[in-house]
Design a protein around this ligand. Sequence first.
Ligand SMILES: Nc1ncnc2c1ncn2[C@@H]1O[C@H](COP(=O)(O)OP(=O)(O)OP(=O)(O)O)[C@@H](O)[C@H]1O
Ligand SMILES: [Mg+2]
Length: 471
Amino acid sequence: MFRSIRARIMSWHLLVTALLITAFSLILFSTVADSLYRGVDMTLLSKAAEINSGLDFEAGRWNFPQEENDFSAADLLIQLSDLGGNILARSANLGKKRLPLNATIRAQALKDGPAGSLATVSVGQGPPLRLLTVVDTGDGTSAGLLVQVGISLKRVESTLGRLRFWLLIIAPTLLLLSSLGSFFLADRLLRPLKTMAQTAESIGERSLSERLPVANPEDEIGQLAGTFNRMFGRLQRAFEQQKRFVSDASHELRTPLTVLRGQLEVALRRRRSAQEYRQVLETSLGQAERLSRLVQELLLLARADSGKWQPDFQPIELAQLCAEIAGEIKTLAEQRQITLEVACAKRPVVYGDPLLLRRMIANLLDNAIQYTQPGGQVRLSLELQGDRARLSVADTGLGIPAEELSHVFERFYRADQARSQQRTGGTGLGLAIVREIVRVHQGQIEVESTPGEGTIFTVRLPLYRTATRSH
Ligand SMILES: Nc1ncnc2c1ncn2[C@@H]1O[C@H](COP(=O)(O)OP(=O)(O)OP(=O)(O)O)[C@@H](O)[C@H]1O
Ligand SMILES: [Mg+2]
C-alpha cells in the first residue's frame, strides 16, 4: 500500500502512538472518574452513619437535636422520613425541595438494609443527584426511619468535563507532535539511503572508482554502504583486469599478424628465388602457429572464465601421468642440456581431467626447462601429504625476483628478466592456465623462488578417496 519506507515507518508510528495515547487517556479518565464517584459515596455513607448515631428515640418519637436540624453540611442534602414516606426532618439547604423518595427507592432501601442503597437519580433539568437511602427498621423501642443523604454530582461532572476537554486537546496535539517527530526522524535516517541510491545510479562502467558516501561507518546504513563499496572495489578490479586482458590479448595477436603481413609484403615486392620463398613461408608458418596457439589458449581461458569448462573427471594415477609427460619432454631437456629428474615414489590417485592435468604438469616443466640455463637441473616429484597429493617442479634456474612472484600467475605476465632475453617467445598465459586448472580441481598452487638459485612450484590436489565428487 505504502511504496516508501518513510510512509510505512510513519503510518506504523502514528498507529501505535494513537493507540497508546487513546489507551492512556481512557485509563486516566476512568481512574479519575472512579475515584471521584467513590469519594462521593464515602462522604454519603459516613454522613449517614454520623446522622444515625446522633439520633435518639424518646417517648414514641424521634428526637432531632435542634442545632443539628439543619444538619450543617454545606453540600449534603439530608432528609429523614418514617417508613411510610412522611418527611420528619430536612436539612435547611434543601429549601422547599425534597429528596426523591418513591416506592422504588423505598423498596430498594428495604432490600439493601442498614448497609444503605446508593443510586444516581436525576432531578429536573439540573445535574443528577447521588442519593444514599438507609433504613433503620426500628426495634421494639423505636419506630422505623429512613435516612437519606444526597449530593449533587455537579462538581464531579464539571471536573470530569474539564479532564475530558484537556484530554481531547492534549491527545491530538501529542499525536501531531509525535508524527512530526517521526517525519523528521525518518527523513534524517533515510536521507543517506537516498544519497547512496543517487551515487550508485551514477556509478557506471566509466566511473567505477567512485564510492558511496559513508556518514557513520558504525551504523547499519554505514555498514551497508561499506559492503557496497567493497563490492564496487571488487567489480572495479575485475573490470580493470578484464580490460587489461583484452588490450594485452589484442596486442599479443597484433604482433605476429604484423610480422606475418610484413614478411608476405616484402616477399611479394619482387620475384624471389624458391629458397627465399621457402624461408618466408617457414617464418609465416611459425607466426601462424604462434597465433593459433594464442587463440586456443585465450579461448581456453575465456571458457574457464565463463564457467563453461566441463572437465572430464576420472580417477587418475598421477605418478603414471608424470612419467609419461617426463618421457615426452625429455628430448627438449636434453637439447637444452638440462638434467630432468623424476621422483615419483608414491602413487597417489586424484580425481581429475587427464588432459587438463597433463597440460598443467607440461606447462610447469616447460617453464622450468625454459628458464634454466644449460647444465641446470629440473626435478619433478610427487608425494603424499595428508589427504593431498603434493606435486612439485623444482629447477636450478634464473629464479623469480620477490616483487614479481605475486604476478607470475597473471595473464600475459612475463618477468622482465626473461622477457629481455627474448628466449622463449612464450605468450605469458602458461601459468594463468595452470592456475585455472588447479582451481577447477579444488587444489592449491604456490611458488617459492630465489633469484639466481632456482624456483619451486608446488601443487596440492585432493586425493581421489577424499575428493568431493561435486565437480
Ligand atoms: N621456473 C621458472 N623460473 C623462472 N621464471 C619463471 C618460471 N616459471 C615462470 N617464470 C616466469 O613467469 C612468467 C610467466 O610464466 P608463463 O608460463 O605464464 O608464461 P611464459 O612461460 O612466458 O609463456 P607461455 O605462455 O608460453 O608459457 C615467465 O615469463 C617467467 O618470467
Ligand atoms: Mg610458460
